[in-house]
Design a protein around this ligand. Structure first.
Ligand code: F6P
Length: 530
């Protein structure tokens, strides 16, 4: 493996000064460096990856045995080694696939039963007097359903859905204000049913419902692997939807954690969402690496992050309803691949997951694109855009949206030279020193890489495909980096310290023994809050 990394590094050094735009001298560049499935087009032609670099990147897939590891994941092998678990979110969308065995038992019958129960519960809620659903969860128990519910707004024909995650009382207070406790369903979504934020919010919601004439016994549902704890909380078992520990939190939107989405869009549209993901699973399992969208997306990511050294990647959906995709992908990618130790316990010899960030276009253009175009750091950009919007009467908006999206990737690649800037200044009537001074500020270095994913329209099927595409990309990157993408020990220390700090904040225990900074922050807070 070492040689391939070195080889890639050398190739990168040898082509670093090449203009991406010159790669289009080859007439088939766009076709050669893009992938089409029946449903979408992934274009990575506007990167500095050439045929040799791609061939070397594909050797990483071979060396890391990505296809074998992929098959092991789909077959239910315990690939999450630090937790001794299988990784089977794909079973949740295995709608018409065969059996999948974990420890000798087929997991599909219970998966299908739970899905059937979710469908009938969702229908029952949609046909009832319930007007509002409040999903209380955090991380994977919030971001998936919240992002997908927002993305599929045009398909909402059920009760309004709200999402409460932060332990900050402001979040639940602002959400519950204005809701009618008698017509609200509260869904407590927590894989472990111990997460402090979720349990605190759940208790607050229960008290609110009791105080405002609702009935928590019938108006609470739970989504969890810990059915004993949901019973302890007092949730009627008929309204508890369980799942197994082989579904990771950030991969859980496909099962019970997606219940709020199913209630919003209906079981049929939710099925279509699952089918989209299943379609991407099939593509991921069947396509050759060079034609495999998740693998190529991963390799482009590795090229930019590990080989070129660009520490961040921007996700830029030109699709307002995907405004939460960057937040969702932050958890998916950074919680999965933000690791420093490899599977075998050794330190990773290279940087692992990149910083993922972004916002919907065109809003981002008026906020942070300045830095993307003229800043000193290169930020590889991942654009997403639909060929067709959901507002046929507003087609001119959509045309403008697409024009902006394509303009950005073109501008990033082409840039603007000093001579071009001078010519513009001259046309604006400037000359001499003033022209020279001004022109430099109008230079765009260009040669900044981006990819673009185009899909027909953001319907449930397509959203399912997009999410599964990114899930598999994270998997492939993780395998190539030799890390376990499916644990998240890095969130534990902060949780433990928060627990131990709580009595200090409440004033029950002295801050003695804490570091000076923490002690003085606590003291300042105590002086200023009562
Ligand atoms: O942030 C850590 C984490 O464990 C995530 O992985 C998970 O999605 C989130 O907390 C919520 O956990 P739970 O669903 O158990 O409440």
């Amino acid at each position: 493996m070492m040689n391939i990394w070195q080889d890639l590094q050398e190739k990168q050094r040898g082509t670093a000064d090449r203009k991406i735009a010159t790669l289009f001298d080859a007439p088939d560049r766009a076709e050669d460096f893009s992938l089409r499935t029946q449903f979408m087009l992934f274009d990575y032609a506007k990167t500095n990856i050439d045929a040799e670099a791609r061939a070397a990147l594909l050797r990483l897939v071979d060396e890391a045995e990505v296809p074998r590891r992929r098959d092991a994941m789909f077959a239910g092998a315990p690939i999450n080694e630090t937790e001794g678990r299988a990784v089977l979110h794909t079973a949740l969308r295995n709608l018409d696939g065969g059996p999948i065995e974990v420890e000798g038992a087929d997991v599909m019958p219970p998966v299908r039963d739970t899905l059937a129960r979710m469908r009938s519960f969702a229908d029952q809620i949609r046909d009832s007097a319930i007007t509002d659903v409040v999903n209380i969860g955090i991380g994977g128990s919030d971001l998936g359903p919240a992002m997908a519910t927002r993305a599929l707004t045009p398909y909402h024909d059920g009760p309004r859905c709200h999402f409460v995650s932060n332990v900050d009382g402001a979040h639940i207070a602002d959400t519950l204000r204005g809701l009618d406790a008698k017509t609200t369903l509260v869904i407590v979504a927590s894989k472990t049913f111990t997460t402090i934020e979720t349990m605190t919010n759940a208790r607050t919601a229960r008290a609110w419902m009791q105080d405002h004439g609702g009935d928590p016994a019938t108006q609470f549902a739970a989504l969890s692997t810990a059915e004993d704890k949901t019973a302890e909380f007092g949730i009627n078992s008929a309204q508890v939807f369980g799942f197994e520990d082989w579904v990771g939190g950030r991969y859980s939107v496909w099962g019970p954690i997606g219940l709020s989405l199913m209630i919003a869009i209906g079981p049929k549209a939710f099925d279509s969402f699952l089918r989209g993901a299943q379609e991407m699973d099939r593509h991921f399992c069947a396509a050759d690496p060079a034609e495999n969208m998740p693998m190529l997306l991963a390799l482009v990511g590795i090229w930019h992050n590990q080989i070129c050294g660009h520490a961040t990647r921007a996700v830029l959906p030109y699709d307002q309803r995907l405004e939460m995709l960057p937040d969702y992908l932050q958890q998916l990618e950074m919680e999965s691949n933000g690791k420093g130790v490899q599977m075998d316990g050794s330190d990773s010899p290279r940087h692992t997951g990149p910083v993922v960030w972004g916002a919907a276009g065109t809003n981002g253009q008026h906020a942070f694109y300045q830095l993307i175009h003229q800043g000193t750091r290169v930020i590889p950009c991942e654009f997403l855009v639909a060929a067709k919007g959901h507002e046929p009467d507003l087609r001119h908006h959509h045309d403008l949206l697409i024009a902006n999206c394509l303009a950005q990737s073109e501008a990033l690649m082409r840039g603007r030279s000093l001579d071009e800037a001078r010519a513009i200044m001259r046309d604006a009537g400037l000359s001499g020193d003033e022209l020279e001074r001004q022109a430099r500020h109008r230079v765009f270095p260009g040669n900044r890489p981006s990819t673009t994913l185009v899909y027909e329209t953001l319907d449930p099927f397509t959203l399912g495909q997009i999410i599964a595409l990114y899930e598999h990309r994270v998997f492939v990157e993780g395998i190539i980096l030799g890390i376990n993408s499916f644990d998240q020990w890095g969130v534990e220390l902060g949780k433990e310290l928060a627990k131990s700090l709580q009595p200090l904040i409440e004033g029950e225990v002295s801050a003695e023994g804490k570091d000076g900074s923490t002690a003085s922050l606590i003291s300042y807070i105590h002086q200023h809050r009562d």
